[in-house]
Design a protein around this ligand. Structure first.
Ligand SMILES: Cc1ncc(COP(=O)(O)O)c(C=O)c1O
Length: 405
């Protein structure tokens, strides 16, 4: 046998160098371990609704199984789910998508990855406003691109301004990602803010826009947040709306993501998906149809509960002016700027990961360090958990910070 140059050959490809499990998962694993040992930990880390999927959705899935809806479906999803997606956008956003402009995937994670993978050439840049959802940079790298981070400032509610956007777009920019309502800040762009951003994007016809609206049902405003697609119809030939059932319908485990956008992009995404995972589960698609077309009382109630919890979180803001909580208008997260209290070089030296570890080890409260979201000096808390846990967890956090002097 000829000896190959095994000494220099890598077992794992170099493109994996930038693809790592984020500290969120490491931290969650520690929380699970501690809880298994009987330690009382207040966990403010949840990334999913703390309620189960409403029964009418579960029953629809059950009926679908019994009716033999247990086979492959078309790659872009069953006719019924495609119709339900189109109806949602017509009803809620006044957007008229043709059938070939919509598809489903195994979670909106797969939608985002598909979109990047079928458009990016090696080295292309994706403009990513920080704080961002931790999965984006990894997906950009995995698709051959390079994230170009532009920091949205706390003073602006962690929202990117039109000027910041214009200054950041360069010759290699292929995508701009906007996530509203946002994970991790809960920020929601207003119609005017979106119009300003849209007016900048109109000047860059080669740039795709990803509008990640997976939290669109979870908001605490008087009016449903608008989509950039509604505000700026001129962008329609390069704007993709990524959405899904996970958050607003309490269906994280069913793994259904949805996309609506230009037909050529959707076709390419479907081609990739056809040869990798094919359609998502037929049963989950049937559940999604029931969710999209069905009653919303249980889900609206969930939003009311989250609104109360959001207010509970904000009631802590007055307790220590050195901790700045971003007021979330959507999703179920808030970012706390802890940079002042962790600045001491002799203590945390600004390291939010060390601070979060200390909170967990010494004070039994779990929060997610901001560095994963491109938001150094912050921690993310989730209020997708009961009021008692939020109360005890934040109380522990504020007391802990007091001991730092
Ligand atoms: C901003 C954002 N987009 C997309 C997703 C992906 O959700 P799913 O793949 O469950 O649809 C998440 C999940 O945390 C998220 O926070």
């Amino acid at each position: 046998m000829t000896a190959l140059n095994t000494a220099t050959r890598r077992r794992i490809a170099s493109r994996m160098d930038n693809i790592k499990t984020s500290s969120i998962y490491v931290l969650m694993a520690r929380v699970i371990d501690l809880k298994a040992q009987g330690v009382d930990v207040q966990s403010l880390t949840a990334g999913e609704p703390d309620v189960d999927t409403p029964p009418h959705i579960v029953e629809a899935a059950h009926r679908a199984m019994l009716a033999g809806d247990t086979h492959y479906t078309p790659v872009r999803g069953s006719h019924a789910v495609r119709e339900a997606i189109r109806a949602k956008y017509a009803r809620e956003s006044g957007l008229d998508f043709a059938d070939e402009q919509v598809m489903v995937a195994t979670g909106s994670k797969q939608i985002v990855f598909n979109a990047l993978a079928v458009t990016l050439e090696p080295g292309d840049e994706v403009l990513l406003p920080a704080p961002y959802w931790a999965a984006y940079p990894t997906m950009i790298y995995a698709a051959g691109g390079v994230p170009k981070i532009v920091t949205a400032r706390r003073e602006n509610g962690y929202k990117l301004t039109a000027d910041e956007l214009r200054q950041s777009i360069g010759p290699r920019t292929r995508w701009v990602i906007l996530n509203t309502p946002s994970n991790p800040t809960g920020a929601v762009y207003s119609e005017d803010e979106l119009r300003d951003l849209g007016n900048v994007l109109i000047d860059y016809p080669d740039v795709w826009i990803l509008s990640d609206e997976v939290y669109d049902r979870l908001h605490y405003l008087a009016k449903q947040p608008v989509s950039l697609a509604t505000v700026c119809p001129q962008l329609a030939n390069r704007l993709l709306i990524s959405n899904g059932m996970s958050k607003g319908y309490a269906m994280t485990g069913w793994r259904i993501g949805t996309a609506a956008g230009p037909a050529d992009l959707i076709a390419a995404m479907a081609d990739l998906q056809a040869q990798t995972t094919l359609s998502p589960s037929s049963i989950s698609q049937a559940a999604a149809v029931a969710a999209l077309n069905g009653p919303t009382e249980a889900l609206d109630h969930m939003v009311d509960v989250y609104r109360r919890r959001r207010d509970l979180v904000m009631s802590f803001a007055a307790r220590n002016a050195d901790l700045q909580i971003s007021r979330p208008d959507g999703a179920f997260f808030a970012l706390i700027d802890v940079s002042k209290v962790i600045a001491d070089p002799a203590r945390f030296a600004g390291d939010d990961v060390a601070f979060a570890s200390w909170l967990l080890d010494e004070h039994r409260v779990a929060v997610v360090p901001g560095v994963d979201f491109g938001a150094k000096g912050t921690v993310r808390i989730s209020f997708a958990t009961d009021e008692a846990t939020i109360e005890r967890g934040l109380d522990a956090l504020y007391r802990a910070v007091k001991t730092l002097g």
